[in-house]
Design a binder for this molecule. Structure first.
Ligand code: CP
Length: 336
């Protein structure tokens, strides 16, 4: 078991076989208990500390299928896969038969038939993964899957790297005051994090324009604060979100007209005044990419309270742990 003392769970750095997570797929933080998260973070920390990766008994082919653009998630998964000794097969949607109309299930059936056993997928459709992890009657697809982000649904690997960053800083989650600020309704990062932070016992607050706050959904997970300055000096973690202009269409198109970058920066942006209001040991996080000068003044992105680069660095190790959990869950490469 993970050691617990006074709301603090001490992450062991040794390889503890009995604590290893085993999952058939990793698509949502809703799959995880608090213990699961802590065990995953423990394993990620083990990898970060230079712990030995498990030896595979045979080659395992995997592929990263990104139907939405990405820099850090895509590259980070590939680094994690290579560190684990997987054989990474390139996949480019724009040069694939998806451009001829092939659907996701048939694309995955093709991959599985070619010997690929693990896919990492980012897709614009919420819960796209259901057709892969719950094949219909008569369908026989077998594919390990890690969700690299589905529409505005979930971003479990971002969430786990965020948890690792917070945990490394404070050594616990209980009662931490964490405010998530910005384009909430469009954010899979906000959704994943508010859910898992509730599971882990943190106090979640939200702020940002009211047109991006849906009380019916979000109030179950935290408290909306209209004026960020009312709470900023009490926070342990200020988690900024990217304004996702590319998602402001359909029902959300009107918000693009209401949005003004200068006004947003004045009301919610991290500037020097707000930086100084934060506690000395508070940290600032952002999933990236950053709209500099909008969510975060550019000259503060690498300031001492920023954990932006640490988050990205931690991403490699949590992704190693997530992939390993699926390899073990499916008993691939001799792991179990
Ligand atoms: N945070 C994140 O998902 O960034 P990318 O879109 O660059 O992967």
């Amino acid at each position: 078991m993970t050691t617990v003392s006074q709301n603090q769970v001490v992450v062991e750095t040794e390889d503890k076989q009995d604590n290893l997570l085993r999952l058939p797929y990793f698509v949502s933080v809703e799959q995880l208990s608090a213990d699961d998260v802590l065990h995953l973070l423990q394993r990620a920390q083990y990898f970060k500390n230079g712990g030995e990766v498990p030896a595979l008994s045979r080659p395992i082919f995997c592929t990263n299928m990104f139907f939405e653009n990405s820099t850090r998630t895509h590259t980070s998964f590939e680094v994690a896969e290579r560190r684990l000794g997987l054989t990474v097969i390139p996949f480019d949607p724009s040069h694939s038969s998806v451009s001829k109309g092939e659907n996701l299930y048939d694309t995955e059936l093709t991959m599985a038939s070619l010997g690929i056993e693990l896919s990492v997928i980012r897709h614009p459709e919420n819960a796209y993964y259901n057709e892969i992890i719950h094949p219909k009657e008569g369908q026989h697809l077998q594919m390990g899957l890690v969700n690299a982000g589905d529409g505005s649904g979930q971003h479990p690997s971002q969430s786990m790297l965020d948890m690792m960053t917070i945990y490394n800083e404070f050594g616990h989650f209980d009662g931490l005051k964490i405010m998530i600020v910005g384009d909430l309704t469009n954010s899979r990062v906000a959704r994943s994090n508010m859910e898992i932070l509730n599971t882990l016992g943190a106090d979640v607050y939200f702020s940002g324009p009211e047109y991006w706050y849906d009380a019916e959904e979000f109030s179950k997970y935290g408290t909306y604060v209209k004026n960020i300055d009312d709470e900023i000096s009490e926070l342990d973690v200020l988690m900024l979100l990217r304004v996702q202009h590319e998602r402001h269409n359909g029902a959300d198109a009107k918000t693009e007209q209401l949005f003004d970058a200068k006004d947003y920066n004045a009301a919610y942006g991290l500037n020097q005044r707000r930086y100084d209001m934060l506690k000395d040991d508070a940290i600032i996080m952002h999933p990236g990419p950053i709209n500099r000068g909008v969510e975060w003044d550019g000259d503060l992105v690498e300031a001492p309270k920023s954990r932006y680069a640490v988050q990205m660095h931690n991403g490699v190790f949590v992704r190693m742990a997530m992939i390993e959990a699926v390899l073990r869950g499916r008993k691939l490469g001799g792991l179990e």
